[in-house]
Design a binder for this molecule. Structure first.
Ligand code: FAD
Ligand code: N01
Length: 538
């Protein structure tokens, strides 16, 4: 057997590391392990790399953090050579970028696609993980990295009769790898979060009719997406280190975030000018216009009022405009960043169906039933979101020391030290688990930070001739308490959101995200620098 055949063999007896998932995290983890000369296999249930950017190929999908920042920074040559074409890259371009990284660093030989990991079981005798897949692989590994994503488990809406629909139905997070031609079709979009809002402007360009079923309006700000000016790109590349360094100092890890201006300390006209400037600049930095927007309900309301005014200015029909106006706290759910969302409601073929008071009753063979009316449709787009943060972890049978079941813990008291490691689960790593900054940040840099932390941790372990490392229970509890305390003192708990698990029946209501990139980085770094005292090391 050639070494290439051996690498592709579906059954491996023992490797240093198994990586599950081939998104931004899995790809970088694989790169780091290989660089350290480790034997490693990566399993991915999809049939290609990209993770989020493989699965979410719906029309209009693109990032909401500028591409020059929503990209790897571990290799300067890679940063310098890759040319982004738009300020916010589209899904196909991001997928091509990740494929380029895989080719450039020769990673494909260690990846196995169309393979879902079904169980990850710790063997108390050998101190190794036994990983099984739906393809019949059974592999033993010293380390296991769950790069399974925090927004990777799509959820179907809890609506009766879903399977009875006679037309076509697609979830944005499981979009088929094909161009769907909407020309002349009657389309229903259920859900008005980021996915639904990105779909609408694209689909409504060709569809005969689009009905948008809205239960809760979202705050949308324009991205002001445009082709990336080559001079801007060149400038950013020349100053990449400075720009990246600045981003590490901001709350969300995005360079537009530093301000000490207070909304409530400013005369209304001046405040308005700042909001207008942020709106015109576009993007997620809108909620960073003033420092106090996340600290005070009164300050937050000034931003809400501004967006509601914009909605009324943009949308011609005042009744539709009013229905599109959110009345909760801005930023409490992820801000939606998209061009032409509100403008789409001025198209004659787009209609808003408000299902906030009268919910969707059921799906019938012909369409969506609300009250007495059946909205006849050819295709239904489910933009209904994800079982976030813990969803992918609970779909795998993961058992640690003495058979402790991770799923039970995630469904009762979800926690992980740094959002990365679980007590009783030695040498098992993830990123963006409960207690990480995850969706409150620019996630690619955070993924790199977490993977670098893991690699340092493994190097420490091996340098000392030790075999296993896992967080102590009290350290994990203290981390979870800190996350909880921050949440309780924040505005995030004031609305319902997937951050709190509200969108998944039976999920415990708990805000699982750490707030603030700089403090997160500092605390994780301290845990290592103080000699891993918060961990049991054997
Ligand atoms: P993912 O990209 O989710 O990859 C996880 C992979 O693990 C998937 O390919 C999945 O198939 C695989 N997997 C899961 N379970 C198993 C299993 N049991 N066996 C085998 N394989 C498995 N974040 C931002 O910061 N900025 C953005 O602009 C942004 N845009 C987004 C747009 C969309 C549409 C979505 C859904 C999310 C967006 N996010 C954004 C969040 C995004 O998920 C992260 O930025 C990032 O891509 C996550 O990378 P990851 O590798 O951790 O996980
Ligand atoms: O999912 P969501 P998403 N009847 O959970 C509605 C990232 N992302 O896929 O709010 C009617 O936000 C639900 O209504 P409600 C980003 O982090 C980024 O859009 O529960 N409606 C809601 O409107 C984002 O935050 C981008 O009342 C029903 C919607 O479905 C995260 O992924 C693009 C319903 C779900 O919204 C998730 O975004 C895409 C029902 N029965 C995703 N059930 C970028 O722009 C659910 N809904 C970068």
């Amino acid at each position: 057997m050639s070494s290439a055949d051996e690498a592709l063999s579906p059954v491996v007896s023992h490797v240093d590391a198994i990586v599950v998932g081939a998104g931004f995290m899995g790809v970088y983890t694989l790169y780091r392990f290989l660089k350290q000369g480790k034997s490693v296999r990566l399993f991915e249930k999809g049939s290609g790399v990209g993770g989020t950017w493989f699965w979410n190929s719906y029309p209009g999908a693109r990032c909401d953090v500028e591409s020059m920042e929503y990209s790897y920074q571990f290799d300067d040559a890679l940063q310098q050579e890759w040319e982004w074409t738009e300020r916010y890259a589209s899904q196909p371009e991001i997928r091509r970028y990740i494929e380029h990284v895989v080719d450039r660093f020769d990673l494909a030989g260690n990846m196995q696609f169309d393979t879902a990991v079904t169980s990850v079981i710790f063997d108390d005798e050998t101190g190794h993980w036994i990983i099984e897949t739906d393809n019949g692989d059974r592999v033993s590994a010293t380390y296991c990295v769950l790069a399974t994503g925090c927004l990777s488990q799509p959820i179907m809406p809890n609506i009766e009769g879903l399977e009875s629909f006679s037309g076509r139905m697609e979830h944005t997070g499981l979009w088929p790898d094909e161009d769907i031609d909407f020309t002349g079709l009657r389309v229903g979009i259920i859900g008005t979060g980021s996915s639904g809002a990105q779909c609408l402007p694209e689909i409504s360009k060709t569809a005969a009719q689009v009905k948008v079923f809205q239960r809760t309006p979202a705050y949308c700000v324009p991205s002001q997406n445009r082709p990336l000016d080559p001079d801007v790109q060149a400038y950013m590349k020349q100053n990449y280190k400075k720009i990246r360094d600045k981003a590490w100092t901001t709350r969300a890890g995005i360079r537009y975030g530093l301000t000490d201006r207070m909304a409530l300390e400013m005369p209304p006209e001046e405040r308005e000018r700042y909001f207008e400037a942020s709106w015109q600049r576009g993007g997620i930095g809108f909620t960073a216009t003033f420092f106090d927007l996340f600290d005070s309900l009164e300050a937050n309301e000034t931003a809400c009022v501004f967006v509601r005014k914009k909605i009324h200015e943009i949308v011609d029909d005042p009744v539709t405009a009013e229905k599109l106006c959110p009345h909760d706290v801005i930023g409490c759910r992820r801000l939606v960043v998209v061009n032409d969302y509100y403008e789409s409601f001025n198209r004659p073929n787009v209609e808003l169906i408000d299902v906030s008071e009268k919910p969707i009753e059921r799906i019938a063979p012909g369409g969506v039933v609300v009250g007495d009316e059946t909205h006849e449709l050819d295709i239904i787009v489910l933009a209904t979101g994800f079982d976030a943060i813990t969803g992918a972890l609970t779909r795998i049978d993961i058992r640690g020391r003495n058979g402790v079941v991770l799923k039970e813990r995630m469904l009762s008291d979800p926690k992980a030290l740094m959002g990365m490691m679980f007590s009783d689960f030695p040498n098992l790593f993830t990123a963006n688990g409960p207690g990480a900054v995850a969706a409150l940040s620019n996630m690619v840099p955070m993924i790199e930070f977490s993977v670098d932390w893991m690699m340092d941790c493994i190097a420490y372990l091996e340098r000392d001739g030790k075999k296993t490392i896992e967080p102590k229970h009290d350290a994990e509890d203290a981390w979870a308490k800190h996350v909880d305390d921050m949440a309780t003192a924040s505005l995030y708990v004031s609305c319902s959101s997937y951050y709190l698990g509200d969108n998944v029946p039976g999920k415990p209501r708990k805000f699982l995200l750490f707030q603030g990139v700089p403090e997160y980085v500092e605390m994780c770094t301290a845990l290592a620098n103080e000699g891993y005292k918060a961990f049991n090391v054997e």
